[in-house]
Ligand binder design. Structure first.
Ligand SMILES: [Zn+2]
Length: 255
């Protein structure tokens, strides 16, 4: 290479370098501007909360009258009335409800469990009425907690859910106590609960005694009292709303 060519080459190199620096500088200056002018990325839709379904099982029905309650009321009629009240309170708050019966019909336990388990519910309440005791009795299956299995035995499906059922009973207990009810909690071997694959609690409503209420000392209310039914349904609905919030929180915390 002759001197002039070498000089040209060096000059070319200088220009090339200068060009690169200038380009880099421009890129630096233009970069944020370009980003600012770019159309905004479509906002990702907020993840929908998981579907929350409640199963209401109005115990008894048809030939199965259940117990005889005060004023000649039949338990099967009381449980249906409570189920209807609770369903409408939950529906008004946007909670889908699956019921095991909507009328005075006989539904055997296997069919009730099949309906409940198909619903993939986050709470299953089996509703009963009783003349013994006072306030509301909550029962959770007495099955020992077990690891969930792919094919759980039908009659003991609840074993995998017992821990969640106890948590649900705790939320129901708090809401009922808050509403001024006498509450008793227990474990029981109930076939109607043992075959359920969902957090499940049997809710047995007994008449309210004057001593069961707080300072107001209002007279006792029987199960045929619509006001009493409405208060029980209201407290159960409040508990299920709380339970839904818990369920969503747990879902959100999942990795
Ligand atoms: Zn019953």
């Amino acid at each position: 290479m002759r001197w002039t060519e070498r000089k040209k080459a060096r000059r070319r190199l200088v220009w090339t370098l200068a060009g690169s620096i200038l380009a880099a500088g421009l890129a630096g200056a233009v970069g944020p501007l370009a980003a600012a002018q770019a159309p905004p990325a479509p906002a990702a839709p907020a993840p929908a909360p998981p579907r929350f379904v409640v199963v209401l099982d109005a115990a008894h029905g048809g030939d199965d009258l259940g117990g005889r309650l005060s004023n000649g009321q039949l338990e099967k009629d009381f449980t249906l009335a409570l189920s209807v009240r609770l369903r409408s309170l939950l529906a008004a708050r946007g909670i889908p409800v699956v019921t095991t019966r909507e009328s005075d019909q006989a539904v055997d336990l296997d069919r009730r469990a099949a309906i409940a388990n198909r619903a993939n519910a986050q709470a299953c309440l089996s509703l009963h009425g009783s003349e013994s005791g006072s306030g509301v009795h909550l029962f959770v299956s007495s099955l020992a907690p077990a690891q969930p299995r792919r094919f759980a035995a039908w009659k003991t499906a609840q074993a995998a859910w017992v821990t969640r059922s106890l948590a649900l009973a705790g939320v129901l207990n708090s809401a009922l106590l808050h509403a001024g009810f006498n509450v008793t909690l227990g474990r029981a071997a109930l076939p109607a609960l043992d075959s359920l694959a969902c957090p499940a609690v049997a809710v047995e409503v007994a008449p309210e005694t004057a001593s069961g209420r707080d300072s107001t000392q209002a007279p006792a209310a029987g199960l045929d009292d619509p006001g009493y039914q409405a208060r029980v349904a209201g407290a159960l609905a409040a508990a299920l709303l709380e339970w839904r919030t818990d369920a969503w929180r747990m879902e959100a915390a999942r990795p």
